[in-house]
Ligand binder design. Structure first.
Ligand code: PMP
Length: 401
């Protein structure tokens, strides 16, 4: 017998498991809209041109070695990532009240931030939106925080439950952490307006809550890096404290390179410096120090004006293609006379459409049409193309009629 005989088979991950099922399906018409990864019109993964260029520079530079990075990662990458998130002329960066450490993409940044909070923040409760990215609850629970939810999405309007959100946050205990999606809320595609953000900010500051931003889609929502960072910047401009987890998976297409950063914005430079020293104690026994390749790519692109501009053009093209998929899917459903109001497909922001299809309808579409998506009815618009829209529209039409 094995010492592991008692180990039971674990269920597949609710999101990544969709791809596992998709890969097993032999159908030639199968369509994977589960995982949030960008695909071209041809349905192929995309490596940005500017990323290829940066990699070429890396390969040709014989002075580059494979030594360990410091615990906090590549200094240049951290500096440039903070500027990207908080703005090139951010006073908070200038007075050094921000500490930024390189982590393993967005997930790793959230986890390191959460572990730091579990050790050093006086209130260990974190409020996450209902619903939210499926990994959030697990990340924060395993880091030692106690997870509660706040109302976010209203299925009736397929929009924001703003009243519910304000009520729930106003009932949160002082000091509680609040997880906020910086933009392109996953899975709902519903973001607060700037006016609503301002009200959320006032409430959070009034109640002394601690905002923790998850920024996994900067530039992917509107096509503009600055516009997509507005929410976060409001919470820094007021002089207050917050955390931000950045991912370069989507906006630079660096998914598997695992490049991200955690920033902790503090009241003063002195606090920021002590906070960083403690974050290092979190990272050292977790993964010791982060990988060098992806962060070097990002640093090259961010510090070179010409390459930065090329990146913004390629990023805008990805965002625009996603937006055009929204229109095409909407038009295809209208053309079929599919019952229901599908305006939310146009209104929602970012990579996903929260279709409103229920678990049974999703199961039907997978079984009969080989269309794969998460069981909550979320579809990745970035996985669609002009060629596959008709098939998806047929599947949705059949599922709701
Ligand atoms: N947060 C949200 C809301 C996400 O959608 C994702 C990616 N699916 C992440 C964080 C983190 O992704 P990664 O670790 O690949 O950067």
């Amino acid at each position: 017998g094995s010492v592991f005989d008692h180990v039971v088979q674990a269920p597949e991950d609710p999101i990544l498991g969709v791809t596992v099922a998709y890969n097993k399906d032999p159908s030639p018409v199968k369509l994977n809209l589960g995982v949030g990864a960008y695909r071209t019109e041809e349905g192929k993964p995309l490596v940005l041109n500017v990323v290829r260029r940066a990699e070429q520079l890396l390969v040709n530079d014989r002075s580059r070695v494979k030594e360990y990075l410091p615990i906090v990662g590549l200094a240049e990458f951290n500096k440039l990532s903070a500027k990207l998130m908080f703005g090139a002329d951010s006073p908070a960066i200038q007075v050094k009240r921000v500490t930024t450490v390189q982590c393993l993409s967005g997930t790793g940044s959230l986890r390191v931030g959460a572990e730091f909070l579990a050790r050093h923040h006086h209130q260990r409760t974190i409020y996450i939106p209902q619903p939210t990215w499926g990994n959030h609850g697990k990340i924060f629970t395993l880091a030692g925080l106690s997870v509660k939810t706040y109302r976010y999405y209203d299925p009736a309007t397929r929009g924001l439950n703003f009243q519910g959100l304000l009520e729930d946050l106003s009932l949160a205990p002082s000091g509680a952490i609040v997880l906020l999606h910086a933009c392109a809320h996953n899975p709902t595609g519903v973001d607060p307006t700037l006016q609503q953000w301002e009200q959320i900010r006032q409430l959070i500051r009034l109640k002394g809550l601690l905002p923790f931003f998850d920024s996994a889609y900067q530039g992917f929502a509107s096509g503009s890096l600055d516009a997509d960072a507005q929410s976060v910047r409001m919470f820094v401009a007021d002089g207050g404290e917050c955390l931000a987890a950045q991912s370069y998976a989507k906006n630079m297409g660096l998914y598997g390179e695992r490049v991200g950063a955690l920033s902790i914005v503090c009241k003063t430079a002195d606090v920021a410096s002590r906070v960083e020293s403690q974050v290092k104690l979190v990272i050292r026994p977790m993964f010791s120090n982060p990988p060098i390749h992806g962060a070097s790519i990002v640093a090259i692109i961010l510090k070179n004006r010409d390459m930065y501009n090329e990146w913004t053009v390629e990023l805008k093209a990805m965002a625009d293609r996603i937006i055009s998929m929204r229109q095409q899917l909407f038009d295809a459903l209208r053309a079929r006379g599919t019952p229901g109001d599908w305006n939310h497909i146009l209104k929602q922001i970012g990579m996903f459409t929260f279709t409103g299809l229920n678990t049974a309808q999703v199961a039907f579409m997978t079984k009969e049409y080989h269309v794969y998506m998460t069981s909550d009815g979320r579809i990745s618009m970035a996985g669609l193309s002009s060629k596959t829209v008709p098939h998806l529209a047929d599947a949705i039409h059949a599922a709701v009629t």
